[in-house]
Write a protein that binds this ligand. Structure first.
Ligand SMILES: O=c1ccn([C@@H]2O[C@H](COP(=O)(O)O)[C@@H](O)[C@H]2O)c(=O)[nH]1
Length: 237
């Protein structure tokens, strides 16, 4: 899969301007999250499709009681996204409920169900924050592997984690479980609020199934060139 572009824009007009810079024949995978979906609503899925035919990763990170998540996932399942997310910290019953909701919603709409990815520890979480603020003992990697095993056992198709944890997750879970990794920074790029980061090439070498990249592309002076450089580093590693 090519690098997933995080379309973190405040409105559809800006997302549209960004997408129009790419050749219509370029096979893109784009991630839309809370900022854009809260601004534009679910209609956004069709609006994006009309501008550029892309696979859409709908990253809304559901985290609530199982019943509420199942009902929300039902609505998401009807939209035709390729992937969507819940927080693994919601627990097994919540992840199972999300899976049921996605399958039922997709079935009702006659679409394929999105792959369900569970967010382990956010890539903006440092060891210090994990232990002192969140009062979770151990290393980020230990917590991530624990949550990945929980998510896999509950029926998730994969996880969101840092590439730094990818090889440990693969060893713990195995198979074709997806390990989708944000926290990607090309050499020399500003790290911003991310804490557990690697380059695109290192992410591949460490075992990521797919990478998610936002600001290093969207805030670049030449987003298409930045995307192609990252895609080349990823595919050639
Ligand atoms: O642990 C996580 C989970 C999700 N994200 C999302 O990925 C992108 C990363 O954007 P950058 O600009 O490349 O930092 C963003 O949409 C996050 O919501 C994450 O970074 N870490």
């Amino acid at each position: 899969m090519p690098p997933i572009i995080a379309l973190d824009f405040p409105d559809f007009d800006q997302a549209k301007q960004f997408l129009r810079q790419f050749s219509p024949s370029e096979e893109l995978v784009v991630k839309i999250g809370m900022e854009l979906v809260y601004a534009e609503g679910p209609q956004l899925m069709a609006d994006i499709e009309a501008v550029h035919p892309a696979q859409v990763f709908l990253d809304l990170k559901l985290h609530d009681i199982p019943h509420t998540v199942e009902q929300a996932a039902f609505q998401l399942g009807r939209l035709g996204a390729a992937m969507t997310t819940v927080h693994a910290a919601g627990g097994s019953a919540m992840i199972q409920a999300a899976k049921r909701g996605l399958l039922a919603g997709a079935q009702e709409a006659g679409k394929a169900a999105p792959r369900l990815l569970a967010v382990t520890q956010l890539t903006s979480t440092s060891q210090e924050m994990l232990n002192n603020e969140l009062q979770i003992p151990g290393t980020p990697a230990e917590s991530v592997v624990h949550l990945a095993k929980l998510a896999a056992a509950a029926g998730a198709d994969g996880v969101i984690a840092s590439p730094l944890e990818a090889s440990l997750i693969r060893a713990a879970v195995g198979g074709d479980f997806l390990i989708v990794t944000p926290g990607i920074r090309p050499a020399g790029a500003a790290i911003g609020d991310q804490k557990r980061v690697t380059t695109p090439g290192d992410a591949k070498r460490l075992g990521s199934s797919a990478i998610v990249v936002g600001r290093p592309i969207t805030q670049s002076a030449d987003p298409v060139a930045a995307y192609h450089a990252i895609a080349k580093e990823w595919s050639e590693a």
